[in-house]
Design a protein around this ligand. Sequence first.
Ligand SMILES: C[S@@+](CC[C@H](N)C(=O)[O-])C[C@H]1O[C@@H](n2cnc3c(N)ncnc32)[C@H](O)[C@@H]1O
Length: 266
Amino acid sequence: MPSLTLDTPELALQYDQVSDLQYEHGQFLLAGLQLKPGQTLLDVGCGTGRLAELAARHHVGAGGRVVGVDPLPLRIELAAARALPQLSFAVARGEDLSAFEDGSFDAVLLNSVYHWLQDKAVVLNEVFRVLRPGGRVAISTASRERPHDIQQIVSRVLADAGLGRSVSAGSTPYRVTHAELAGQLEHAGFFVDEIRLRRFADHFPDIDAVLAFSNASSFGNFLGDYLPDVRARLQAALRSTLETLATPSGVLLHRNLHFALAHKPA
Ligand SMILES: C[S@@+](CC[C@H](N)C(=O)[O-])C[C@H]1O[C@@H](n2cnc3c(N)ncnc32)[C@H](O)[C@@H]1O
């Protein structure tokens, strides 16, 4: 199970700097929510708050309200520096949104967060509760039927090292299939409007950039199940495998994400 205690100030700052991929695909989710000026948005697992700030500035405007929550205090510390009157942040897990009243948001966003959630039903029930009738939820999550390239490479490295599968070895521990995602949303009471699988081709300038992205995006959990000496050996093996894929222009890796839009019945 991923740990929420492995984050460091360096990883948090690094995430703020290397999270362009999440920031860019998060904008698909925001577009899908079709927020109107004056509306309210809860960003669950907001990280360092880049997307929440964008939503506050350009989607709900000065008359609206955006709240970002994340369980990592160091990331919320960075997010809180984004001073806008209509934007606020708090430390909280998606499993416990008790700080918010029933029906208090027009929309909820979970961008690159869902694959970190072990008990998805608890989180979806909370999201359902805090949404007003007719309110919308937007989710992007790694696909179980089509794992990211990096996930497949990590699995090979682990197998070559004689180590079995490890839940948090990679950076998307609790991936879902299209059918699972639809079922989980419906079970929580949502109407599913759309689920689309999108494939992204990511160009990293070098192997260090791949590792920095993986480490910062997983808040210290990347290969984090292993003792330091094993982890160092696995990282070396991973680096060697990535070297075989690198070209003079860098490393090309693909990610596959489900994008879901659903609403609470009016
Ligand atoms: C890859 S980051 C995505 C951050 C942000 N949503 C973005 O688009 O940049 C994953 C985030 O999920 C958060 N997270 C992990 N477990 C969580 C939980 N149980 N509830 C809410 N957020 C969680 C992490 O703290 C981390 O900030």
